[in-house]
Design a protein around this ligand. Structure first.
Ligand SMILES: [Mg+2]
Ligand SMILES: [Zn+2]
Length: 203
């Protein structure tokens, strides 16, 4: 019996950059960042295999992603939209369906006024996870958050889901304190998926 047969649905919330698609080295800052052009948008190896396995098991899939590059005037809204469309296209070719894509476009220190300052949706806020819980009638205790930053793990913890920290050695931005302790650690989304599917057999 797949988890989808239960009354409440279970979900995997996924950070996007560094989990589903690769981060990109910004030579001017020396930091791995989200892609700034469609050309730079590239899937992580085995991400599609992992997503398909989660979907097959009945998990609802959600992207929860902070995308402040328009707020910071580093990308246009059209570029962010095209990158999203590119992801949608890749997923649809593989028959992978996400329940929703939640993007926070704000940044506390942005320069575009409508998108700058504090907001309620930027991770680590659990805002979107609660929205999904209410909208999709989710069993949060058996749902998961997978991300590569402290803010992803803190977001998952605040929402009461289990957390997996992906430590991407190749593209680590070194920006995190490492003081946020996830329930599990994995090298990539495929390894995280094995943890999630493994937990189904034991609980
Ligand atoms: Mg990330
Ligand atoms: Zn926001």
């Amino acid at each position: 019996m797949g988890v989808g047969a239960l009354n409440k649905r279970v979900a995997v919330f996924l950070d996007r950059d560094g989990i589903i698609n690769r981060n990109v080295m910004n030579p001017s800052t020396g930091i791995w960042e989200s892609p700034l052009t469609v050309e730079d948008f590239e899937m992580m190896p085995n991400a599609l295999i992992a997503l398909r396995a989660l979907q097959k098991e009945g998990f609802l899939l959600f992207v929860v992603s902070n995308q402040p590059n328009y707020a910071k005037a580093k990308a246009t809204l059209q570029t962010l939209e095209s990158i999203h469309r590119s992801l949608l296209h890749i997923l649809s070719k593989e028959q992978i369906e996400f329940a929703a894509f939640y993007y926070c476009l704000h940044h506390p220190h942005g320069v575009v006024p409508e998108y700058s300052g504090t907001c309620s949706c930027r991770k680590p806020s659990p805002f979107y996870l609660f929205q999904a819980r209410d909208e999709y009638y989710l069993d949060m205790e058996h749902s998961w958050m997978v991300g590569d930053r402290d803010s992803d793990i803190e977001c998952g913890q605040a929402a009461g889901v289990r957390t997996i920290r992906v430590f991407n050695k190749e593209e680590s931005d070194g920006a995190d304190s490492g003081e946020t302790h996830a329930d599990f650690h994995a090298d990539d989304l495929e390894a995280a998926t094995k943890i999630i599917l493994g937990a189904l057999r034991t609980c």
